[in-house]
Design a protein around this ligand. Sequence first.
Ligand SMILES: CC[C@H](C(=O)O)C(=O)SCCNC(=O)CCNC(=O)[C@H](O)C(C)(C)COP(=O)(O)OP(=O)(O)OC[C@H]1O[C@@H](n2cnc3c(N)ncnc32)[C@H](O)[C@@H]1OP(=O)(O)O
Ligand SMILES: [Co+2]
Length: 149
Amino acid sequence: MKLGRLNHIGVATPSIADSVAYYRDIMGATQITEPFDLPEQGVKVCFVDTPDTGGTTGEGTQIELIEPLGEKSTLNTFMEKNPLGGQHHVCYEVADIEEARRWFEEKGKRILGPTRIGAHGTPIFFLHPKDMMGQLTEIMETPTEGAQV
Ligand SMILES: CC[C@H](C(=O)O)C(=O)SCCNC(=O)CCNC(=O)[C@H](O)C(C)(C)COP(=O)(O)OP(=O)(O)OC[C@H]1O[C@@H](n2cnc3c(N)ncnc32)[C@H](O)[C@@H]1OP(=O)(O)O
Ligand SMILES: [Co+2]
């Protein structure tokens, strides 16, 4: 399997509105998407663009802001332990999500649930942090040209 670009860093927050103000007013971010809900994932999400990191796609690694949505949100346990939020996961791109799933299974890494459509509209899965050097890791298939991202 060939590791692709670091697509985004997932950052949990108790308030996306407060985080948007922070990235805009303190960090000088200029490209921040409108927040949107992903009820099936139990999160409210928005993306903060960072400047072009010169990667092959000419795009910067994004900050994915995630706020718990509802009582059953997977984020709630994390927020109980980290009330201010903070770095939650990293997301790497791969060319073929099913090949990547087989790769990590063969390496004995626990995959958390089925492959599903993530916040960028492409297939994703998560790997357990305890098998990934302490880092909750999301794997996503590289969006095809023109895909809704
Ligand atoms: C919108 C983008 C994206 C999408 O899906 O499209 C999202 O929705 S991202 C946000 C929500 N989705 C997920 O996080 C899915 C994957 N996460 C999980 O399945 C769980 O959160 C899991 C299994 C990582 C942890 O489960 P839970 O929180 O219920 O249990 P514990 O708190 O007991 O955690 C077990 C163990 O793992 C450590 N842990 C938990 N979260 C993280 C983390 N983000 N990074 C590193 N380590 C983490 C936790 O400290 C526990 O360790 P221990 O030593 O036993 O205390
Ligand atoms: Co993510």
